[in-house]
Design a protein around this ligand. Structure first.
Ligand SMILES: Cc1cc2nc3c(=O)[nH]c(=O)nc-3n(C[C@H](O)[C@H](O)[C@H](O)COP(=O)(O)OP(=O)(O)OC[C@H]3O[C@@H](n4cnc5c(N)ncnc54)[C@H](O)[C@@H]3O)c2cc1C
Length: 420
């Protein structure tokens, strides 16, 4: 049976950072990853470019975490975005900052981040094993080891659980950590998707249509505006997706109680008056043409039948016969194309998992379990999640760092106690 000071379960962002931080405090570390390679999810982050963090203050970072931000204050303060930037540049990954303070490798390659982590793990003498943790070994309220899926035992003084959530399970995050944490006395908040596409009625006929520079507004049942931003949006066979929708979805979490509506302004740069003048001009210039052809000069062809139908028009009307009221209906559709959101897509399709290990049961300074001695938790496994922009990886780095240092210090104290 092999024996280590610290065993980290999960070689994702949080686990790699935890392993490096524990090793830096002078203890022996085993990193257990079920896949043949570490960082499978990291590889697909930021469309393969990896939005490593967000170059902003701790306060701004916390304001982009809608749920349990307070719990993260300590870890984020000790390892803020600027430290994450310095850390990766120190590993030989030059970074650049883009729109919205999003930080990426200069090479635009997520693989460079993974390669750098792997080099650092090897240099720090972290042992890597491909095995899937199937049980925590616990005696008298303290972890003593981990059992692998083929029955192999690994003895240790401390375990860091960094197995991620349940989103994109093909990358290895299938929710194993919930059962492992539960076996150590932890409560799991039901996992839900955040940053997830929406199912919405009336979108199927528009599937494949991608809209750039539109404004998306999301309202709740009392018509309160929950989100409003401009950007890119995609129609799919099930509803709506694309960057705008993923960002907005973090604000629509209560489908059991709420009814949400998506309103798309197709011409956000034009106010109603200007757009009406443009419509009048187009209708005058194409006076003898069918209305559908006139509208096609202003909007993507697949959208035109939808806009016409919603305005109560067939498209066969001659442009010079369109009444003021009909023009008004058309304008209202262009400025406010509305779709009722029927629900989120399954959590497996979400960019991040909201829910997870209840943070009340974890010490915010060092991510130590309050239920089992020697157990530490980090990353998306915890009941924390953020908006898009590099904040979710920043959570993984900061909590991984805190857990690694915490577990390292715990092992050193244990050793001293033993030696005395
Ligand atoms: C498509 C996509 C794009 C994203 N882009 C960004 C982005 O650009 N910026 C950003 O900030 N966030 C992004 N995110 C979110 C971010 O990737 C995650 O929040 C982050 O990776 C979570 O890190 P983690 O280490 O907690 O979990 P994970 O990265 O999921 O790692 C968990 C690891 O644990 C391993 N594991 C699980 N169970 C076991 C077990 N029993 N035994 C051994 N190993 C196990 C898994 O194989 C996996 O390698 C994106 C997510 C997705 C899906």
């Amino acid at each position: 049976m092999s024996s280590f000071d610290v065993i980290v379960i999960g070689g994702g962002a949080a686990g790699c950072m935890a392993a490096l931080s524990a090793a830096a405090s002078g203890v022996s570390v085993l990193l257990m990853e079920r896949n043949s390679k570490i960082g499978r999810k990291l590889y697909i982050t930021g469309k393969g470019r990896c939005n490593v963090t967000n170059r902003c203050s701790v306060q701004e970072c916390l304001s982009n975490i809608p749920h349990n931000a307070r719990f993260l204050t300590s870890a984020m303060t000790r390892f803020p975005p600027e430290e994450a930037v310095a850390f990766f540049e120190g590993l030989g990954v030059p970074l650049k900052t883009e729109r919205g303070s999003r930080v990426f490798p200069q090479s635009d390659r997520a693989a460079d981040v993974i390669d750098a982590l792997l080099r650092a793990l090897r240099k720090s003498r972290v042992e890597l094993v491909q095995d899937r943790a199937s049980a925590l070994e616990i005696q008298d309220g303290a972890v003593t080891g981990v059992t692998g899926e083929k029955g192999r035992h690994y003895a240790c003084r401390a375990v860091i659980l960094a197995t991620g959530g349940v989103s994109y399970p093909g990358t290895g995050s299938t929710g194993d950590g919930y059962a492992l944490a539960r076996s150590a006395g932890h409560t799991i908040q039901p996992p839900k998707g955040s940053l997830v596409p929406w199912e919405a009625a009336g979108c199927a006929e528009l599937q494949g249509l991608s809209l750039k520079n539109v404004e998306l507004t999301v309202r709740d049942s009392r018509k309160k505006v929950l989100f409003r931003e401009q950007g890119e949006l995609l129609f799919t066979h099930f509803g709506l997706s694309g960057p705008l929708v993923l960002s907005a979805s973090a604000h629509t979490r209560d489908f059991e109680k709420e009814r949400y509506t998506a309103v798309i302004d197709l011409k956000p740069a034009l106010d109603e008056e200007t757009l009406d003048r443009r419509l009048v001009r187009e209708l005058t210039e194409g006076a003898n043409r069918d209305l559908r052809h006139v509208v096609e000069t202003m909007e993507p062809r697949s959208l035109v039948p939808v806009l016409l139908e919603r305005a109560g028009l067939t498209g066969g009307e001659k442009a010079n016969a369109v009444t003021r009221a009909q023009r008004r209906s058309l304008l209202e559709g262009i400025k406010g194309l509305t779709f009722p959101i029927t629900g989120p897509r399954p959590v497996e399709e979400a960019i991040v998992t909201a829910g997870g290990v209840t943070v009340r049961e974890v010490s915010p300074g060092d991510m130590a379990s309050k239920k089992t001695r020697g157990l530490y938790l980090a990353g998306e496994l915890l009941d924390v999640d953020a908006y898009t922009g590099g904040f979710n990886l920043q959570i993984a780095w900061a909590t991984g760092r805190a857990a690694g240092l915490g577990a390292g210090a715990f092992c050193r104290e244990e050793r001293c106690a033993y030696e005395v």
